[in-house]
Design a protein around this ligand. Sequence first.
Ligand code: FAD
Length: 479
Amino acid sequence: MSLPEAISGLRSIVGNDAVLDRPEDLMLYEYDAGVRKSTPGAVVFPQNAQHVSQIMMLASAAGIPVVARGAGTGLSSGAISHAGGIVVAFARMNRILEIDVENLRAVVQPGVVNLQLSEYVSHLGFYYAPDPSSQKACTIGGNVAENSGGPHTLLHGVTVNHVTGVEVVLPSGEIVKFGGKAAESHGYDLTGFFVGSEGTIGIATAITVKLLRKPEAVATLLAIFESVDDAARTVADITAEGITPAALEMLDGWTLRQVEAYCHAGYPLDAGAVLLIELEGLREAVEEEAVAAGKVCLLQKAREVRRARDEEERALLWKGRKTAFAALGRVSPSYYTQDGVVPRSKIPAVLQHIGDVAKKHDLIIGNVFHAGDGNLHPLILFDDRDAAQFERVMAASSSILQYCIDVGGSITGEHGVGLEKRDAMPLLFTEEDLAIMTDLRNAFNGDEVLNPGKMLPAPRMCREITGRSRNAILAQEGL
Ligand SMILES: Cc1cc2nc3c(=O)[nH]c(=O)nc-3n(C[C@H](O)[C@H](O)[C@H](O)COP(=O)(O)OP(=O)(O)OC[C@H]3O[C@@H](n4cnc5c(N)ncnc54)[C@H](O)[C@@H]3O)c2cc1C
């Protein structure tokens, strides 16, 4: 079946107004928030699981690759289509289907925007805990595919800890259900397997998530430091004191100045770094922990520890953190967001390494990240019209990732592997590990109609990388 025939088949499934194929429309779907581009052949907007099922049957029969798309805020090029492939976009499957207060569950369509769920149940005293910094835009379908985290991951865990069931359309078009409303299900944990599978197993058409009761009390602190190093050392000291903040975020001085100029969050312009620390729970415990966390900061040479006096001040401090990426968009044509992980105690050393890498490659690198999780987000500024500069960005980025691995960390904390980190997978996993993962994917998506080429490297690549010096291959692959 040719692409034009497939497009007319899509129109008969979802209607004329739910398929895009004009070049000027397709351009809008050729990228996500990462740095790669590829133009799809068509974009289709299903309205229910049956539509998705019929689309998958058609695409599988035609052998046309399909990729699901939420809001396109992904940072690992996961939602990028194969050239000429079909994008299944969930903008019209954005309804909250059920709020089940007795069982503390919500059932949502995949296109529901993350923050909208918390806003929807707020008057009942509940919220949905996973809160990526992109939560005003990203969808719960995308969060499930990426197993997304966020500032409050430190206390509440990532998306997989909050999803109990998924309705999934398989590449064959079959509609299956993994899990349900119960906290545990028998047999293999297919829900857990699906969350984080980056759209390579099936397409989620309904998701059952946990709702949490809002905490009785919240304290938000801004600890201000003269140096990045002092702030970095404080992170591990706070948890070593037995305090588990709900969130523990860090911005370096350069980044906080860009943020302050953008949204006036109240960050001091002359600081070397700030920590944003949030504690939540029962009132008395929060008070005690806020005092204890403040003391640790002062012991580690914090110049000052401020506490948000009311909800308005708290929201402003968070606005600064959550719009930091946007703030950098004002000072550079492009930036590359890395997503490495290190053990918390290694944060001072890795920040030092990032500073050295920036100097060596003559680049500006800002740091704003989930410090409590050791989840770094170096933001490397560049101009995408300058190919030589982009090469330096990639070299800097690989050096940072390699450092994370060398100190016992990982290549991604929350943004996923996608295309971006696919060829770095053999740095962490053996050929045998990757073969098992490939077999698992193939049990569901053997023809790779769904999101081909993402997350798992081709076997040849694994053999090459595990068989030879990893550093040599990295250099050769430009990683
Ligand atoms: C400013 C900014 C801040 C960010 N902050 C964070 C953060 O704090 N934490 C974090 O974890 N991430 C963060 N991200 C990354 C991104 O927002 C998340 O990965 C998010 O989950 C992507 O959701 P999306 O709806 O945009 O998905 P998309 O980018 O559209 O898709 C992402 C992946 O999900 C798959 N997918 C989408 N819908 C479905 C579905 N229904 N079924 C199966 N697969 C599907 C796609 O095929 C693709 O592989 C940030 C991004 C930006 C731009």
